[in-house]
Design a protein around this ligand. Sequence first.
Ligand code: SAH
Length: 252
Amino acid sequence: MTYPIVFLGAGPGDPELITLKGRRLLDEADVIVYAGSLVNPVLLDGVRGRVHDSAGMDLDEIMNIMVTAARAGKMVVRLHTGDPAIYGAIREQMQRLDRENMEYEVVPGVSSALASAAALKVELTVPEVTQTVIFTRQAGRTPVPERESLQNLAALQASMCIFLSVSMIDKVVAELTTGGYPADTPVAVVEKASWPDQHIVRGTLADIEEKIQDSEIRKTAMILVGRALADDATAVSKLYDAGFSHEYREKK
Ligand code: SAH
């Protein structure tokens, strides 16, 4: 029997934030290829499979390990940080497997965007403040289509989770401000959300750049922006409102 290759979301760092299915598959795997720069190595303690760190490998090398092992009847897990669908570069890997007619599955994980919201204890979708969350990044070496530049997205004033961008906090702040968020819009930066050394810096668009430059935070951090982060974002959800009936509850 040959097993499908599994693309697996490791979660944001805390080894308890992997799914039960993910934990089982990791324990069963014969071969594990993981992104050493971001996945918490504690997740790999005690696994029986052979572990390869993909950090120094190119796509050919990664695919070669996975395809060779799977063809030999081994169970292969490709472990990605957070959820594999978000900046996981899984598409190019899946396309290669399609070309080779090889089967694969994807098992989701807790994205660092959601672990960061949990660390801040915020709801990103506050009624009458915003009902939209944007996952995005500042353009850097990887370009972003112009229509979805931070400056253009800022016009919505939704909640934003900005990945891969803390080293360009100056550009992030400049684009968001030019794009229309007021200077007092709350911004929080969460470094290593859910790890033991998690670190949070809170501010506004007016002062976050300076605060980050004064901190040690240079990478593995999420930038969250929007009024939903403010203490005064007090609009109340209709879901638990006594005067609002819905499918499961009659209004009083
Ligand atoms: N697939 C991952 C994202 C990979 S891109 C996910 O769903 O979380 C890598 C970026 O994710 C980093 O630059 C950083 O912005 C963010 N990131 C990953 N892990 C993080 C963590 N524990 N805390 C904060 N940000 C994190």
